[in-house]
Write a protein that binds this ligand. Structure first.
Ligand SMILES: *[C@@H]1O[C@H](CO)[C@@H](O)[C@H](O)[C@H]1NC(C)=O
Ligand SMILES: *[C@@H]1O[C@H](CO)[C@@H](O)[C@H](O)[C@H]1NC(C)=O
Ligand SMILES: *[C@@H]1O[C@H](CO)[C@@H](O)[C@H](O)[C@H]1NC(C)=O
Ligand SMILES: *[C@@H]1O[C@H](CO)[C@@H](O)[C@H](O)[C@H]1NC(C)=O
Ligand SMILES: *[C@@H]1O[C@H](CO)[C@@H](O)[C@H](O)[C@H]1NC(C)=O
Length: 480
């Protein structure tokens, strides 16, 4: 009898496991890379790992085609540089027709949200989008409503956590308020969200709290407790994610919308490009976050909440701006070519295993670009390395990063190879005034990987384009 019960329990466990995926879990799929994995490969990667929600940064038709029929729920977006256009209601209607309604059929794309802009009120944007975001939001939601799909598809605005804060004199979550310079605007936007049943979307980055402040207690960035919690009205905050989220909840309460649903549009930890950006810390961060999500424990001000979260990000993007920091190109759960970087359990059960990698990835030929050991005139070396790093990704070379340990000639080779690969190994791209040479020998050293780029669809298109030009030239020659 007891054995039978144990057998039954075991059976139940087996049945229960595959459905125990963290419910609200999504991932951000950014495409700012010199070589992109084909959208179909990405869609397969998401499905193989049981990821059911994805957030993209535009409405690119190739991404949308790949997601069609997968059942993956999608947040599409209007980039900041299109916000001004969307202030015109007819343009907004066209956008909705072309990029939402078009996919709204059985076997189409399961669009759930339209993100209007991306962090448009970021302080560093100097108010460039302050006056045009709310009109664009209203136009898009109204166009969705007019098209008869506004009940199922909501417009929101992913905002940076710098739209709210607590006064320096009382830096606790309960003192949270919307930033003074945009407070009235934020209250109007929040009211509009509430009226339309749309969520507030916020990006929260504990890594940036640590990056910006050397006094920041490292433990407070993670989820495994801290020796020095922050006390707020008798509540002990042990991590900055909760503290930040509840600062927003307090701001919403003061605006009169304390129950407005909140979606975390981005949260993550980079693995290179800074002393605190590495695989071990990322694994610790995501592990703690996922355990929290599956426990549905919420935050002190929103206990027992089923938090909706989009992890940032899916794959590394070697063409992202490094203005915020060199870590920007290393947010991927997966490398640029879709290999998992560390163990993570998307079900939040703590059974950490490596995720499934991308399948069928095609690479450029196995060859690298290196500093030519026979080169004697090194006077131009610094200029050439500088040139390479302006147009390719050298962020792994910085202090405390994965290629920091290389000597000067190793670093020069790394830079040359990065450029050579970014240029799809084109012939002239490994010249550098005679300082460089192509080699078939793997010049990777220790933790520093000298990569071979993927043969991306973008690269093959340009090869095709060149071929067409060549054929046209031949045809023209024959006609003359
Ligand atoms: C639809 O979205 C794409 C990709 O973001 C954009 O280039 C295009 O302009 C949009 N269409 C309209 C009609 O606005
Ligand atoms: C914002 O202003 C600062 C200082 O004037 C300037 O350095 C920066 O380039 C500006 N940023 C944008 C996005 O306009
Ligand atoms: C935004 O609108 C306000 C009020 O109309 C105006 O004072 C301000 O100059 C505008 N800001 C920008 C950046 O256009
Ligand atoms: C080059 O060597 C590194 C280890 O040093 C290895 O991880 C990598 O897979 C190799 N690259 C190729 C393309 O074989
Ligand atoms: C280095 O990159 C190659 C692809 O270019 C990959 O096959 C290999 O696994 C990577 N090695 C490490 C240690 O990341």
């Amino acid at each position: 009898m007891a054995a039978a019960c144990r057998f039954l329990a075991c059976l139940l466990l087996l049945v229960a496991l595959p459905t125990s995926m963290v419910d609200g879990l999504g991932v951000n799929w950014g495409t700012m890379a010199t070589h992109r994995l084909p959208p179909k490969t990405i869609a397969q990667l998401l499905q193989d790992n049981g990821i059911k929600k994805v957030k993209i940064f535009d409405a690119d038709s190739s991404s949308m085609s790949a997601l069609a029929g997968t059942g993956i729920e999608v947040m599409i977006a209007i980039p900041n540089d299109m916000l001004a256009t969307m202030n015109d209601y007819d343009a907004a209607k066209q956008w909705v027709k072309k990029n939402v309604t078009r996919y709204n059929f059985d076997g189409g794309v399961d669009i759930k949200y339209v993100a209007v802009g991306n962090e448009p009120f970021l302080k560093s944007y100097n108010d460039s989008f302050t006056n045009i975001t709310f009109p664009a939001l209203k136009n898009i939601q109204n166009a969705l409503n007019e098209a008869g799909i506004g009940d199922a598809i909501k417009a929101t605005v992913p905002l940076n956590a710098d739209v709210y804060d607590s006064p320096a004199s009382n830096p606790v979550p309960s003192a949270g308020e919307f930033r003074a310079d945009i407070r009235d605007l934020m209250v109007q936007i929040v009211k509009f969200f509430s009226l339309n049943g749309a969520p507030f979307t916020v990006n929260i980055y504990p890594f940036l709290s640590l990056y910006g402040n050397s006094d920041f207690p490292i433990d407070f960035a993670f989820f495994d407790g801290t020796s020095a919690p922050v006390f707020d009205n008798g509540v002990a905050y042990t991590n900055v994610f909760d503290a930040n989220f509840d600062t927003l909840v307090s701001a919403l309460r003061k605006a009169g919308f304390g129950d407005l649903p909140v979606v975390v549009g981005e949260v993550g930890w980079p693995t290179d490009g800074d002393v605190n950006a590495n695989v071990a810390m990322a694994e610790r961060f995501f592990g703690g976050l996922l355990k929290r999500l599956v426990a549905k424990s919420g935050t002190p001000l929103r206990p027992n909440m089923d938090m909706q979260v989009y992890l940032f990000g899916l794959v590394d993007e070697d063409a992202k701006s490094v203005a915020p920091g060199n870590f920007e190109r290393h947010w991927g759960l997966f490398t640029y070519d879709g290999r998992p970087k560390f163990a993570i359990d998307f079900s939040g059960q703590g059974q950490n295993g490596m995720p499934v990698g991308a399948k069928g990835v095609q690479y450029l030929p196995t060859r690298w670009c290196a500093l030519n050991p026979a080169a004697t005139d090194l006077g131009q070396l610094a200029d050439n390395v500088n040139f390479a790093c302006t147009y390719a990704d050298c962020t792994a070379l910085g202090g405390g990063c994965s290629c920091d340990a290389l000597d000067a000639s190793g670093k020069a080779s790394y830079a040359f190879n990065a450029y050579f690969q970014a240029q799809s190994q084109n012939g002239e791209s490994c010249y550098f005034q005679g300082l460089a040479m192509v080699t078939a020998q793997n010049i990777s050293q220790g933790s520093c990987n000298f990569t071979i780029q993927i043969a991306s669809s973008a690269a093959s298109t340009s090869r095709r384009a060149r071929l067409v030009v060549l054929l046209l030239a031949i045809a023209a020659g024959l006609l003359m």
